[in-house]
Unconditional design. Sequence first.
Length: 406
Amino acid sequence: MARTISILIPLLLLITVFSVEKTEAQSGDYELLPAPDLWYNDVDGIRVGVRVKGEMRGSFGDGPHRLDAGLWLGTWFPSSPVSYRVQYTNPIDRWSDYGSEANYQATSMIRTGYHTHGLGLNKRWQPGFDERRYREVGIHTNYERRFDDEYTAFPNLWSDQDKVLTQLSYSSQTENRFGWLTTSATGSYQYLDDSFGVFQASATQQIPMSENWGLRVRSFVGVASNQTAPEYLFSRSSAPAISWMDNGMTRAKGTIPQHWMTSGNFQVAGGANLRGYTNSDIESFQDPNGSPFLMNSIGAFNAEFDYPNPIGLLFRQVPYLSDFLTFRSYLFYDVGTSLGFTENETDEIFADAGAGFALTFNVPDYHGKPRGFVFRYDIPFWLSEPGMEDAFSYRSLFAFGAVISF
């Protein structure tokens, strides 16, 4: 049945998109905006293709019949050289208002050795024109499967079983007496064969003290049942492997040089985000016996204390630049432990502390959400559980992305 779904959903989606484009093109109100696209990974080589945005003329990304598609060819001609992604979104008028859209969405993707096809409903609530304050909920059902491990930086983190998952999600951003509070939660259930459930939630609070000083704190909890596929399990330091598919930098090995990834000096932000344990986690991901250090449950707390630096002060003085580019310096502390929901989990408490720098380039989308990149350099100079290392030591850690980025 799962394989039938993987064929029918893309076909249905393409028929729908073609029908919409044909109807709207006849009236001259629909436009397709193509753009060339180049990328690289160690399997496809240079991936050449085209991205296409489709929308009603003059709707600026929030009108009906929105299309986001791409088609690519791997110039090294691997076993599956052609890849694609198609996402079609259409508002539900009777449930929508300005800034508070409801929509249905269809997605189909086959790229970098992984395919997923699904349908979903989303709803957003926003007071008036203030896109900074919002609540969003969604329900999505997807078919997923990893069919080629060659693309993965760490094959031990992936299963190759067919999966059909239904996911409920919630996110919000509000302002309180301390500053801005951002929360999110997702719950997923997988139906086929070895069924499993996963839940994770986080809350991030910004506490500004002045223009140059501030505190940012985050809490995270993740729980997964016994039969959960490894790509959905939790490491101490990084996002679950399934989340790596959301970013072009980490979707396939080689975009970030593989020797950087295996060195243990590069972190993929997310999950518990105990960044000082990246090196030991990466070592376990490469275990020839296929036993990466992953947990079915974990709770964590992250804190960053911002302090001024000359480069950040200079950026703030340049007109317009400060709206998009920032350079932060901070001290950090992370602590976390397993919640002990399964027998094979550790009862150790892991903590780290250090200093870091983050360069952020951000051009918000029409909902005011971050759209850009964060490049970080962290120095976790203390670990509570250093293993064979000294507890106090100079450690270098680079990363794209951050769990505390606003």
